[in-house]
Design a protein around this ligand. Structure first.
Ligand SMILES: CC(C)(COP(=O)(O)OP(=O)(O)OC[C@H]1O[C@@H](n2cnc3c(N)ncnc32)[C@H](O)[C@@H]1OP(=O)(O)O)[C@@H](O)C(=O)NCCC(=O)NCCS
Length: 333
């Protein structure tokens, strides 16, 4: 006699219940960084749109930032912390490879013994995490999940590097995902191109550092290469996400791209022909590029500044080191 295995089935739909945010404690204006890179406040404003970025105190860790953001999201969601059964944290800047940020955060927010794991998809990490939470809930092995993007990038910047260091900030953004009566998370369009792994990432391995062959590893990028890839290839991905969700750009209430460069954001808006009614996340101006945290931080801010966006559709797209990318349309809580 053959036995029949139980396989779970979940709910039909999911949605984001609430967002939380934590930013580094200190504003670091352009003028504080320009000396070692022979740059200027004017150059950085014109080429990136950044006026100042947030960076955390030395004693504040990515775990602390993630905890604060997750706690706010859970409190606002109304979901009891002990019913959260997955904590997914996207990060590339945890200086300890193990244990994960997520297991510690799950415990700190009262979600112990939730499943917990970290996810490395760089600046696409939050959108990857939302895709996973959605799939895990619809697959029936998770009821509520917290997805966090958390970075303390200031630990992996070289103040003399002109390619990326002046872009980067510290922060965490979180979202609670759970079951929904109506569709709240559209299909995710995602992927990677490892043939371009050298375009952005760490400049050395920890082993090279240990053996005295290299300085402390820091982030580097081929700026113009990444810029062109973002503008040309990512617009196609954004369009695919709209199409997969069955909507038009004019149906959007908000557009929240990864906060990499204001010129990239403007180019997206132009190429997607976003009408003026679509509110665009421009958190980069005062927060900088916080990699996995940038999309939820920008969304959190949009919802604070424009509460009328609640219930509207937002297109989010993340892209970065790997190269990797992910986009989806979500209903704003
Ligand atoms: C990094 C970035 C801001 C550089 O801007 P850019 O317009 O591409 O600048 P370029 O590298 O083409 O350099 C243009 C000029 O500025 C100079 N320059 C480069 N970096 C500079 C800096 N930090 N400060 C001052 N001048 C700088 C260059 O030397 C060059 O000078 P030249 O015209 O005399 O030769 C931009 O490429 C970028 O944002 N890239 C994508 C970032 C991204 O999406 N990352 C995703 C992963 S997080």
């Amino acid at each position: 006699m053959t036995v029949s295995l139980v396989q779970p089935t979940g709910v039909a739909h999911t949605r984001i219940y609430a967002y939380g945010a934590a930013r580094g404690e200190n504003f670091v204006p352009n003028d504080d960084l320009v000396g070692p890179i022979d740059s200027s406040d004017e150059w950085i404003r014109q080429r990136t749109g950044i006026v100042t970025r947030v960076r955390a105190d030395t004693s504040t860790t990515a775990v602390d930032l993630a905890t604060d953001a997750a706690r706010e999201a859970v409190e606002k969601s109304g979901v009891p912390a002990d019913q959260i059964d997955a904590v997914i944290i996207a990060t590339i800047s945890n200086p300890k490879q193990t244990p994960s940020v997520s297991a510690i955060v799950a415990d700190r927010i009262g979600a112990n013994p939730a499943a917990a794991y970290d996810l490395n998809a760089a600046c696409a990490g939050f959108a990857y995490g939302v895709a996973q939470a959605d799939a895990l809930i619809r697959g029936g092995i998770v009821r509520y999940a917290v997805v966090v993007g958390a970075e303390k990038l200031s630990d992996i910047v070289d103040p003399t590097d002109r390619s990326i260091s002046f872009l980067l900030g510290d922060g965490a953004g979180a979202a609670v995902v759970g079951p929904s009566d109506t569709p709240g998370i559209g299909p995710t369009v995602w992927g990677s191109d490892g043939s371009r792994a050298d375009a952005v990432g760490m400049n050395h391995t920890l082993v090279e550092f240990r053996d005295g062959e290299a300085e402390w590893p820091t982030l580097r990028q081929e700026g113009p290469t990444v810029f062109r890839w973002a503008v040309w290839e990512m617009v196609k991905v954004a369009r695919q996400a709209l199409e997969a969700a069955g909507i038009e750009a004019s149906d959007l209430a908000a557009f929240v791209p990864h906060q990499a460069n204001m010129r990239i954001i403007d180019e997206f808006a132009k190429q997607l022909k976003l009408p003026d009614t679509v509110v665009i996340g421009r958190d980069i101006e005062t927060t900088g590029n916080t990699s996995a945290a940038s999309i939820p931080l920008a969304t959190h801010r949009l919802l604070e500044e424009h509460p009328e966006l609640s219930g509207g559709l937002a297109l989010q797209i993340g892209f970065g080191a790997g190269l990797v990318f992910a986009a989806q349309v979500v209903v704003l809580p």
